[in-house]
Design a protein around this ligand. Sequence first.
Ligand SMILES: NC(=O)c1ccc[n+]([C@@H]2O[C@H](COP(=O)([O-])OP(=O)(O)OC[C@H]3O[C@@H](n4cnc5c(N)ncnc54)[C@H](O)[C@@H]3O)[C@@H](O)[C@H]2O)c1
Ligand SMILES: O=C(O)C1=N[C@H](C(=O)O)CCC1
Length: 251
Amino acid sequence: MTTNARIKVAVIGAAGRMGSTVCRAATAAPDLELVGTFDLGDDLGDLAGADAVVEFSVPGATLANVRHCIERGIHVVVGTTGWDAAKLAELRDALTAHPGVGVLIAPNFAIGAILMMRFAEQAARFYESVEVIELHHPGKVDAPSGTAARTASLIGAAREAAGLGAVPDATTLDPEGARGARVDGIPVHAVRLRGLVAHQEVLFGTEGEQLTIRHDSFDRVSFMPGVLAGIRGVAAHPGVTVGLEHYLGLD
Ligand SMILES: NC(=O)c1ccc[n+]([C@@H]2O[C@H](COP(=O)([O-])OP(=O)(O)OC[C@H]3O[C@@H](n4cnc5c(N)ncnc54)[C@H](O)[C@@H]3O)[C@@H](O)[C@H]2O)c1
Ligand SMILES: O=C(O)C1=N[C@H](C(=O)O)CCC1
């Protein structure tokens, strides 16, 4: 009988809320071996012989950390937010010298959040009005959330493809910004509240009806099946993949 070798995993941001949860999940998974843990100030070196690295740090550090991995031919599963078009372009550029390396950028690893984004994209063309409300713990440093930005961008693209114009909004006086941010033309509102983990509502409205799509992560364990699926799948997906849905047959 042959036994498959375990996937060697290292975690960057290992002391954080997500990184520490990933370390516990990787240690408990029979097909994974946690070989290295790194946090702010640590020398990443050759990342302890890892086959794949999981990266949950801060938006300002993630690109440099990912580059460090791919320059050593190591696949990377990235949960850190803040990946705009310019950063993704830099990443794709860095990967041209390492075409066999896989990098997964996942704005949200929770299966329900991935489905919420997909359902919102599908609903978008049927509704004149839409707003995204994301709600998170007050320790979160970035707003809007990566999930909200991605949701708004998917909705914006679906509306454009359907020939819908701007969302209706008569506001002309809003000195304090009470109408929220706009991401690809979609209003996005961020709430920070003690006791929350990660939550989002997408509100759709048209004449005489409303559709609300809501997802709640009550615990960071909700992200772990997706992170483990990312670790198991990343070597088979060379190049940059944005969104875990592409590993789950939801293309
Ligand atoms: N994709 C998802 O499903 C998902 C889920 C939760 C959180 N997130 C994102 O993951 C990121 C981390 O969230 P968190 O709640 O764990 O934050 P956190 O603040 O608890 O943890 C971040 C960790 O990164 C460390 N760090 C900072 N700079 C670093 C550097 N240069 N190199 C290595 N480590 C460094 C910090 O010391 C800290 O331990 C955020 O961007 C958050 O939005 C994504
Ligand atoms: O807790 C966080 O921070 C989260 N960040 C991601 C985001 O910005 O969308 C995913 C949800 C949790």
